[in-house]
Design a protein around this ligand. Structure first.
Ligand SMILES: Cc1ncc(COP(=O)(O)O)c(C=O)c1O
Length: 456
């Protein structure tokens, strides 16, 4: 009961709470450490201090004024689904052990397939997050295009790709020197000309290009790479086309997002992250592959102790489609939340995220000292505090100091990134619970902080 109360209070009272804090290492050691108790501690002794000591010493990524990194605005139904999945300790690695859950996973994966406009025959599975989705999709691609021979294998990724893409390629055995970061053309979108030139140069020098990774919404600016053109290059050159939609793909549910994301349906594999813009609790990632048999070809291994699970041909063993055998029931969260709220609510919530970024952009543009670096796009806007009379270096230094001041203030949080070599601030506004007043007040406070720091 205490646990549910704690959660209800958290969801209901979050607007009045601080966005969180970052504790110091020594302070937290002193607060939380101790030897493992030999005897049981009392329930209230364990649970009562949790909010104060533990959950207040973290940033609340679900907070309506958390605009840093990529927020995690989960919903309450998803939290309850997690409790149920853990309470029933659901095993979804094989049909034999978890037929009902596997059927639900098939259904929800097919909903996502339809939402992302992939053809019938496409399928996939739930994984821990976007990083694992990228790894899983690219593993299928490597297996299809290269078999077991990685000699000279080359992969092309956008220079704006998320770090998990290069990491996945390294895990898969692609030499670091053979991961080509293709420069952006305008608006931080991958340059197709540069991609073509790189492929041509690699073929001429005897390398073996095998895949291109494009973005359906970059983490930095929300930019969408020219997906149809890149798909065409992949078709012509016989390369695997992986699209990282971990951040932006859910926007395809909206009219504006649907236009921006044209070409998503051409992916050979596509990463999605329902724990971002589909409002699920961590860890809920998903990978879809155009021909799901390709996942099976990559991952299936049948040991003797799992022979009883082989079963009838239409039974699906998700353990054979990815890295994990024992896996929790992630599909339940999305299944229950889509049914509880309806897809139309998801559409509206995603549209609201885009609208908040537009309000922020207008507010910043109208306030002296701010310069918009990239306009609101898929709920991301980047900007710099650049008051007149300061050198470029001084302005560079100011951005990180504004983040520190926000962290100390606790009302809201934005973080910085680097674009074209210069530090910029960034809002990611995918939490539909953010009010207009909260985003305006955030800009007001940031302006005050920027002015105080600039004159200090
Ligand atoms: C575009 C993109 N790809 C991949 C990832 C990695 O996802 P995860 O942190 O869920 O592993 C992120 C995370 O922010 C992302 O924005």
């Amino acid at each position: 009961m205490q646990v549910v109360d704690l959660l209800v209070d958290h969801f209901a009272g979050i607007h009045d709470e601080s966005v969180g804090r970052k504790g110091g290492r020594a302070e937290l050691q002193a607060l939380l450490a101790g030897p493992p108790p030999e005897e049981p501690e009392g329930v209230s002794q364990i649970f009562s201090p949790l909010k104060e000591q533990l959950f207040s010493n973290m940033l609340h990524v679900d907070h309506p004024r958390f605009f840093a990194f990529v927020p995690g605005p989960n919903n309450f139904v998803s939290v309850m689904a997690d409790v149920l999945a853990a309470g029933f300790n659901t095993f979804t690695g094989t049909w034999f052990a978890g037929s009902g859950p596997a059927q639900v996973e098939l259904i929800v994966i097919d909903w996502l397939r339809q939402i992302c406009r992939l053809p019938e025959g496409a399928g996939g599975l739930f994984v821990s997050g976007g990083s694992m989705a990228n790894l899983t999709g690219l593993a299928a691609g490597r297996h299809e295009k290269l078999g077991d021979d990685l000699t000279g294998a080359v992969a092309y990724i956008g220079e704006q790709c998320h770090s998990s893409v290069a990491r996945a390629l390294r895990v898969l055995g692609v030499a670091r020197d053979n991961i080509r970061a293709i420069p952006s053309a305008a608006e931080f979108r991958m340059s197709v000309d540069a991609l073509n030139e790189a492929i041509e140069a690699d073929r001429a020098s005897g390398h073996r290009p095998f895949c291109v990774v494009a973005n359906a919404g970059t983490t930095n600016t929300g930019a969408v790479d020219p997906l149809p053109e890149i798909a065409e290059v992949c078709r012509r050159e016989d390369l695997w086309f992986h699209v990282d939609g971990a951040y932006g793909a859910p926007a395809v549910l909206t009219a504006k997002g649907g236009e921006l994301l044209a070409g998503l349906e051409l992916a050979d594999s596509l990463s999605l992250d329902p724990h971002k813009w589909l409002f699920q609790s961590f860890e809920t990632g998903c990978v879809l592959v155009r021909d799901r048999a390709k996942l099976l070809r990559m991952f299936q291994v049948m040991p003797e102790y799992l022979r009883d699970t082989e079963g009838v041909s239409d039974e699906v063993n998700f353990g054979n489609y990815g890295v994990q055998l024992t896996r929790s029931f992630r599909a339940l969260k999305l299944w229950l939340s889509i049914r509880a709220f309806g897809l139309a609510s998801f559409r509206r919530a995603i549209e609201r995220g885009m609208e908040i970024a537009e309000i922020a952009e207008r507010e910043l543009a109208a306030t002296e000292g701010w310069e918009i670096v990239t306009p609101a796009q898929l709920a991301v806007v980047t900007f710099r505090f650049s008051p007149p009379g300061l050198s470029t270096e001084a302005v560079d230094g100011l951005q990180g100091r504004i983040v520190e001041a926000m962290l100390a203030d606790g009302y809201a949080l934005a973080t910085s990134t680097v674009l074209a070599g210069r530090p910029v601030l960034r809002f990611c506004t995918i939490n539909p619970r953010t009010t207009d007043e909260e985003i305006r007040e955030t800009v007001r406070r940031m302006t005050q902080m920027g002015r105080a720091l600039a004159t200090a």
